[in-house]
Design a protein around this ligand. Structure first.
Ligand SMILES: Cc1cc2nc3c(=O)[nH]c(=O)nc-3n(C[C@H](O)[C@H](O)[C@H](O)COP(=O)(O)OP(=O)(O)OC[C@H]3O[C@@H](n4cnc5c(N)ncnc54)[C@H](O)[C@@H]3O)c2cc1C
Length: 298
C-alpha cells in the first residue's frame, strides 16, 4: 500500500491520470495514483489516431505502457476502488477512501473516466434532490429515522448502505434484477426485483417494482456498479454540467485543490484530449500544493 500522506492523489490510471502523474512527479512531488483496474482505454482494440505509433497499438498495451512509465519515475500506485472523497478538517486536505485504504493529500485530481452507470426509470430525474440522492455521506443526516433504499448490488452499494444504517430506520438494497455481489448484513433487506418506477408526490414516497409490488420509502440512494467520476465529484461538492465535471482553463474544479481531467470533463472522448488535460491538471495541482505549502510556512 502507498504511503498514507501524499502531495497529490490521482484517482484513475488511464491516459488522463497517468499524464497528470508524470507532470506532477517530474516536478518533484509525492504522487499516488489510485486505480480499480482497466478503464475505457483497455476496451479499445486498436488505437491508430494517437501520436507516435507507426502501427496500431491495443488500448490495453498503451495503458500498460503508461502505467509502467509512471512507475519508473517513482509514482506510487494504490489498487482499489475509491468510494469516498471528502475534506478532512484535521488534516486541512482531502481524504480518499476505499474499502481497505485511506489516503490524504492537499490536492486531488479526478481522472476516473466517463460515468456510465446510470439508471433510467420513470420518476428518478424528477425526484433528484427530493428524495433521490447520489451521496450517502452528504445526505444521510436528512434521513434520520426514515426508510431508505440503496440501488446497487456491489461493494459500492454496501459502502453507501453502511453510511446510512446508523441514521435510517430501515435500509433496503435494490439490486434491480442483479444478483447481490457484496455481503449485505441481515439488518438490510435485499430486493432483487426489477425496478419499474420511483413514485412520489413532490418527494419520493416509494419504489414500484415490475411485478407491481410497492416498497414505501422516503429516500433512494444511487450506488450502481462502482463509484464513478460524477458520484465522487458530488461527494466533494464539485459542480457538474450534466454528467461532466465543470472545470476552468487550468482544469481546476470549483473546490480549491481538486482538479479533473479526461473523459470525466466531457467534450472529445479521446486519448489525445485526456493526455492534454492530464498534463494541465498535473501542473495545476503542483502549483496549488506549492502555494499552500508556502503559505503554511512548510
Ligand atoms: C471501445 C473503445 C474504443 C476507443 N477507441 C479510441 C481510439 O481509437 N482513439 C482514442 O483516442 N480514444 C479511443 N477511445 C476513448 C479513450 O479510451 C478514452 O477517451 C480515454 O481512455 C479516456 O481516458 P481517461 O483517463 O479519462 O479515462 P479511462 O481511460 O476510462 O481511465 C479511467 C481510470 O479511472 C479508474 N477509476 C474509475 N473509477 C474509479 C474509482 N472509483 N476508484 C479508483 N479508480 C477508478 C479506472 O480504473 C481507470 O484506471 C475508445 C474508448 C472505447 C471504450
Amino acid at each position: 500500500m502507498a504511503d498514507k500522506k501524499q502531495d497529490i492523489i490521482i484517482i484513475g490510471a488511464g491516459p488522463a491520470g497517468i499524464s497528470a502523474a508524470l507532470y506532477a512527479r517530474r516536478a518533484g512531488l509525492a504522487v499516488t495514483v489510485v486505480t480499480k483496474g482497466p478503464g475505457a482505454l483497455a476496451k479499445a482494440e486498436g488505437i491508430e489516431n494517437y501520436y507516435g505509433f507507426a502501427e496500431p497499438i491495443t488500448g490495453a498495451e498503451l495503458e500498460r505502457r503508461g502505467i509502467e512509465g509512471a512507475k519508473r519515475l517513482g509514482v506510487a500506485f494504490q489498487q482499489g476502488e475509491v468510494m469516498q472523497l471528502g475534506f478532512n478538517d484535521a488534516f486541512n486536505g482531502y481524504k480518499v477512501e476505499g474499502a481497505d485504504f485511506a489516503l490524504e493529500a492537499p490536492s486531488v485530481i479526478l481522472a476516473a473516466g466517463a460515468s456510465r452507470t446510470t439508471l433510467s426509470v420513470p420518476g428518478l430525474k424528477e425526484h433528484e434532490g427530493k428524495g433521490v440522492s447520489y451521496c450517502a455521506v452528504c445526505d444521510a443526516f436528512f434521513y434520520r429515522q426514515k426508510r431508505v433504499a440503496v440501488i446497487g448490488a456491489g461493494a459500492y452499494a454496501l459502502h453507501e448502505a453502511e453510511v446510512l444504517a446508523p441514521h435510517a430506520s430501515e435500509v433496503h438494497i435494490l439490486t434491480n434484477g442483479e444478483q447481490p455481489q457484496a455481503a449485505f448484513p441481515e439488518t438490510m433487506t435485499v430486493h432483487t426485483e426489477k425496478i419499474a418506477a420511483i413514485e412520489g408526490d413532490g418527494r419520493v414516497t416509494g419504489v414500484r417494482f415490475e411485478d407491481g409490488t410497492m416498497l414505501p420509502i422516503d429516500g433512494v440512494f444511487l450506488a450502481i456498479g462502482t463509484a464513478g467520476s460524477t458520484a465522487l465529484a458530488r461527494k466533494a461538492g464539485i459542480l457538474l454540467d450534466g454528467a461532466n465535471i465543470k472545470v476552468d482553463d487550468a482544469m481546476a474544479t470549483n473546490v480549491p485543490g481538486i482538479f479533473a481531467a479526461g473523459d470525466c470533463t466531457g467534450g472529445l472522448l479521446q486519448v489525445a484530449k485526456a493526455v492534454y488535460e492530464g498534463a494541465k491538471a498535473g501542473l495545476g495541482a503542483v502549483k496549488y500544493v506549492r502555494v499552500s505549502k508556502h503559505s503554511a510556512g512548510k
